[in-house]
Design a protein around this ligand. Structure first.
Ligand code: ADP
Ligand code: MG
Length: 714
């Protein structure tokens, strides 16, 4: 008997890593009992107190399933050394050190423990974002400890940042000499996480096989449970492939079930009279590509079958006015339209842009985000219910269960790759009829992936930029020349310009990234004073918005940020961008970032600061960035360059709906999964046969169980 899951009471939540928002309405699923151990909460594990709950949640590791799928980024081999003279910088070592002195930095800087080796060398053990109390307890002065970690250099000093292990004995506590390296968050260590993963692996059930037997044999893939264990133990290509394939198959199956269900639905044919569009006073003429896309959308909207169209257009290609035109058609036809954005910053910006364009048309537009509470929220909900609000812009708050529309006929989803299919499905429940859906993306998708990822949609492409855009002058500069860069920045700001400064995200530790961004911010602030603002992922939304608003209004000249600015910020006066350690970013990501400049008529410059240890591939990447601005080309090249597999798990930073599969695996395995899913549904559309039943488990496992719901006619 299936059981409802008591842990799923929340109103929907975001899973870290996958980027997919899981709407509350799809959490009522009755999950097969076999999977229950996997969905047990991590808070119930041995050794997990309140102190660990938050770091685990931040990584999206709330259930054992999440832990099992939290695969290592790579594996390290460590060397035990007698003293620091035997070790080299960059090496993973195990070494005995005796703490001698504590050093706290002012403000939010790191806490350091200076420790001595057997022959009197000093090494700093450095902790970001941690108060000294913790370090003092782990590393009492004068008592020898065994430390495992990566030896780095900081100025003149040797240091180990966030040691992976600290133990009193040199024995088993230090782990094997080959160890998995997991993505971490503040408050977690590799050792701690490895112990939790081990508990999760011990609880794995045996599951029936959903992969077609012929394929399994041909690929020499292990069964699911074995693949899990192997993937955590060592580099094991078949195990990793199998787990990735599972995810891709689940996704393909869900997409096909959605498409089948969508075909059976009815929407409202929308025919606008053009009146509102005529009142719209655009400060520019539409490009040919914009006009063509609008015509395609208009054609779809006139049909009774709900539109499912993807608008693909590079950053700055002008998707917003296309969306606005579509929304106006809906309003002209007497219905409501909604625009969903992935972040509050972006929702607010869209709202401001659209309100301005709409002034004088009589169209009423409102903004709703998760932050709106009480009376303000009530008023908006009322307006949506009685139809006095024509257009709503917001985050996922606009599709919560408590929000009821009088007549929602069109939903536009911006940066669609940030949302999952489940989001779109939730939309389809919002009107009496299924609303038309326009999804937009600026992520140029390599051709090999388009069909498999968006197979169920029609596509309009904005393949022409608005006129007058100048190419962005992109240069690669060595990090050592940062002084010159700051000088150029000063001249730029003095001349009235604005600029972005992007700090890198390193996967192993978000806190360390933020600490680095804060340090850079402090340095720039010392030089530029009030002109600088800082934005990163751990700021409170109010603080983030306030900083963004200052920058957008031109009161702040310099925006220092981690990659949170990647999506959608539009400040035409910002014509200089500095990207620090650019080699750490993927091409597609660099392209997105660079797209923040070059938005006005002014000439824009993008400076890619590179570190000294640049690989061949890294060099090639940066050269490409300099040479081309074609997002589709960059996406193809990104895939080709990653194909070599520099790293074991080049995890995607939210560019794909996948959490396990890497870009390279997607390109190689998704076409197979796609065909396989097709065959399975052709033979067993209700998923009732033996393999069909197993496939249902798979859908639950990857939380694509809305597919199963649709099968039940939900
Ligand atoms: P994106 O596709 O990245 O969402 P936007 O819709 O934000 O792009 O448009 C980028 C900028 O280009 C905006 O400032 C917008 O006003 C401007 N723009 C859009 N269409 C045109 C056009 N046809 N001619 C000139 N400027 C345009
Ligand atoms: Mg946009």
């Amino acid at each position: 008997m299936p059981t409802p899951d008591p842990s799923r009471k929340r109103a929907g939540r975001r899973r870290a890593g996958s980027g997919e928002f899981v709407p509350a309405s799809y959490e009522r699923a009755m999950r097969p009992e076999t999977l229950n151990p996997l969905f047990a909460e991590t808070s119930g594990l041995k050794g997990v107190g309140p102190g660990l709950a938050r770091p685990l949640e931040r990584l999206g590791l709330t259930r054992l399933r999440d832990l099992a799928y939290h695969l290592p980024d790579r594996f390290v081999s460590r060397r035990a050394v007698a003293d620091l003279d035997q070790a080299s910088v960059g090496e993973q070592v195990v070494i005995a050190l005796t703490p001698r002195e504590y050093r706290s930095s002012p403000g939010r800087g790191p806490f350091r423990v200076l420790a001595e080796d057997a022959i009197g060398n000093i090494c700093a053990l450095t902790y970001f974002g941690r108060n000294g109390g913790w370090g003092k307890k782990q590393l009492p002065l004068g008592e020898k400890r065994w430390i495992a970690g990566r030896l780095d250099q900081y100025g003149q000093m040797l240091q180990i940042v966030h040691p992976d292990h600290v133990a009193e004995e040199s024995g088993a506590a230090l782990g094997q000499l080959v160890e998995p390296v997991y993505p971490l968050s503040e408050g977690l260590t590799q050792g701690r996480l490895a112990a939790l993963v081990a508990q999760a692996l011990a609880a794995l059930p045996v599951l029936p096989e959903w992969i077609e037997p012929g394929l399994l044999a041909k690929m020499q893939w292990p069964d699911w449970k074995e693949a899990m264990v192997l993937a955590h133990r060592a580099e094991h290509a078949q195990a990793r492939d199998r787990l990735a394939y599972d995810e891709l198959l689940a996704n393909a199956l869900a997409l096909m079930l959605v498409r089948a269900a969508g075909k059976a639905r009815r929407g409202t044919p929308l025919q606008g009279d053009g009146q509102l569009r005529a009142k719209l006073q655009l400060p520019f003429a539409l490009t040919g590509a914009q006009r063509r896309s609008i015509a395609e959308i208009e054609g779809d909207l006139a049909q009774a079958a709900p539109m499912l169209r993807l608008l693909q257009g590079d950053v700055g290609s002008g998707k917003t006015v296309v969306a606005l035109s579509a929304m106006l058609i809906a309003v002209e036809a007497g219905a409501q339209a909604a625009l969903l954005a992935p972040t509050e910053i972006l929702a607010r910006q869209h709202y401001d842009t659209l309100s301005q364009l709409l002034s004088g048309t009589g169209v009423s537009i409102a903004l709703l985000t998760g932050r709106d509470k009480g009376k303000a929220r009530e008023a908006i909900l009322m307006g949506l219910l009685d139809g006095s609000i024509d257009m709503i812009v917001g985050t996922h708050a606009i599709f919560q269960e408590s929000v009821t529309y009088r007549n929602l006929a069109l939903a536009v989803i911006d940066e669609q790759h940030r949302f999952g299919v489940s989001q779109r499905l939730l939309l389809t429940q919002k009107g009496r009829r299924t609303p038309h859906c326009l999804a937009m993306t600026a992520t140029p998708i390599p051709r090999t992936l388009t069909l498999a990822q968006y197979g169920e949609m029609n596509v309009s492409r904005l393949d022409e930029l608005p006129p007058g855009r100048q190419a962005i002058d992109t240069r690669v500069v060595a990090l050592e020349r940062i002084g010159d860069v700051v000088g150029a920045l000063a001249r730029h700001v003095e001349g009235g310009g604005q600029a972005y400064w992007v700090c890198p995200m390193v996967r192993d530790s978000e806190v360390a990234d933020i600490a680095a961004a804060e340090a850079r911010f402090a340095e720039l602030q010392a030089r530029f004073g009030e002109d600088v603002v800082l934005v990163h992922g751990q700021l409170r939304p109010e603080a983030k918005d306030a900083a963004m608003a200052r920058f957008a209004a031109g009161r702040a000249k310099l925006l220092v940020a981690t990659t949170v600015i990647e999506v959608g910020v539009d400040v035409p006066n910002a014509t200089l961008m500095v990207i620090e350690q650019a080699e750490r970013f993927g091409l597609a990501q660099l392209h997105q970032l660079r797209g923040r400049v070059g938005r006005g008529a002014e000439k824009s410059v993008c400076l890619l600061l590179r570190g000294s240890a640049l690989s061949e591939v890294g060099r090639e990447r940066l050269a490409l960035m300099r040479e081309t601005q074609d997002g589709f080309l960059l996406a193809e090249e990104d895939l080709r360059l990653r194909g070599g597999g520099e790293l074991l798990g080049t995890r995607q930073s939210g560019d794909t709906p996948f959490r396990v599969a890497t870009l390279e695996q997607i390109a190689r395995l998704l076409p197979i999964a796609h065909d396989d899913a097709h065959l399975l549904i052709e033979r067993d559309g209700g998923l009732t046969g033996e393999r069909g039943e197993a496939a249902r488990l798979l859908l639950y496992l990857f939380e694509r169980d809305y597919g199963v719901q649709l099968l039940r006619g939900g």
